[in-house]
Design a protein around this ligand. Structure first.
Ligand code: AHM
Ligand code: MG
Length: 335
């Protein structure tokens, strides 16, 4: 029997990367592998989501005698548990939790990284079998190694991220992560439970033809955003249009598609919610980092998402992200 060894696994890839940097400690690679492990566990439950009525509702006891948890609570527990018991993370902050969690055991306080995540994004799509995702962000702590992490380790601007990524639980499950050296995409091979490098060095196309926005809010957007949406619709064939509108309502899937195919995703502020809906630390910063490494752009309509100085863990921000040409067209309308 011949074995296909052309495909690299996540473990192999991260170890090989490490060999290029003899002084690297391997802590970040290990943290990424821990995230891969938590994601595999979540993936198993995501695939069973439709069975919840058979297996039991949130709070009830299932046939195995375990308490059934809501999927977003379950995902949060998996990521938090895996990172707490791993050796490469000093603390976490999660969209699901009010405050950050410092890991104060002897091993964790010696770790140099903290991780922030939205464990299950697009939760309104869970019950209807539409793709959902996990988004994560990794920072180097600013407090001394050996001490328990503090809020300032988490409240850093996005430009200080050392890595960021997401998992999309879609028609296949993918883990995409970025470091300053590039964006790598791995697809889960469910038959062996391994992440296989399927999309090496992802680059976001410079231009695209897809725009993603919640049209229902159109009349609550400012004039500049409305003008850009109209421009997307009014382009004729000679200038590459009209653009196609695609909006899943799961940011991970929407931005993933645009990252691969080229496009723009927008969650602008509205008259009633000027800061929009999306969270800076858990959703916007990680994607802004990924798109920047892949050659695209992300702004809040005025400045780069990555340059926003955060004041609160759960802070929200308007978000515009995508292919450079489309982002430049948008900026002209917003000016
Ligand atoms: P969630 O964190 O509660 O799941 O909400 C975030 C999601 C994003 O994935 C998506 O882009 C957005 O909410 C969709 O919101 P809307 O339904 O208002 O368009
Ligand atoms: Mg979310």
């Amino acid at each position: 029997m011949s074995i296909n060894r052309k495909v690299q696994t996540l473990d192999e890839f991260t170890i090989q990367q490490l060999r290029n940097f003899p002084h690297a400690t391997g802590e970040l690679s290990n943290l990424l592998r821990n995230i891969g492990l938590a994601a595999k566990r979540v993936n198993v439950e995501v695939n069973k989501a439709g069975l919840v009525d058979i297996l039991g509702d949130h709070g009830t006891i299932n046939v195995q005698g375990e308490e059934v948890k809501k999927l977003d609570v379950y995902a949060n527990d998996q990521f938090t548990g895996v990172l707490r018991h791993g050796i490469s993370c000093a603390g976490i902050a999660s969209e699901e939790l009010d405050d950050f969690v410092a890991f104060d055991d002897e091993i964790s306080v010696k770790s140099k990284y903290v991780c922030l995540y939205d464990p299950l994004d697009g939760s309104s799509n869970i019950d209807v079998n539409v793709s959902i995702g996990t988004i994560f962000s990794v920072y180097k702590r600013v407090t001394p190694i050996g001490t328990v992490v503090k809020k300032e380790d988490f409240l850093q601007p996005g430009n200080k991220q050392v890595a960021a990524g997401y998992i999309v639980y879609g028609s296949s499950t993918m883990l995409v992560y970025a470091t300053r050296r590039g964006v790598q995409g791995f697809t889960l091979d469910p038959s062996i439970g391994e992440w296989a490098l399927s999309h090496p060095n992802i680059q976001c196309p410079v231009s695209g033809k897809i725009y993603s926005v919640n049209h229902g809010n159109y009349f609550k957007y400012n004039k500049g955003v409305q003008q850009y949406i109209t421009a997307c619709q009014q382009k004729d064939k000679s200038n590459g249009g009209p653009y196609t509108q695609r909006y899943i309502g799961s940011m991970v899937s929407d931005v993933h598609r645009n990252l691969i195919k080229g496009g723009i995703f927008m969650y602008p502020g509205t008259t009633d919610k000027p800061e929009g809906k999306l969270r800076l630390m858990y959703e916007c910063n990680p994607f802004a980092f990924i798109i920047a490494v892949a050659g695209g752009k992300a702004t809040n309509g005025e400045i780069r998402i990555l340059d926003i100085d955060p004041t609160k863990l759960h802070q929200r921000t308007p978000m515009f992200i995508g292919s450079t040409d489309m982002m430049d067209e948008l900026a002209a309308c917003l000016a």
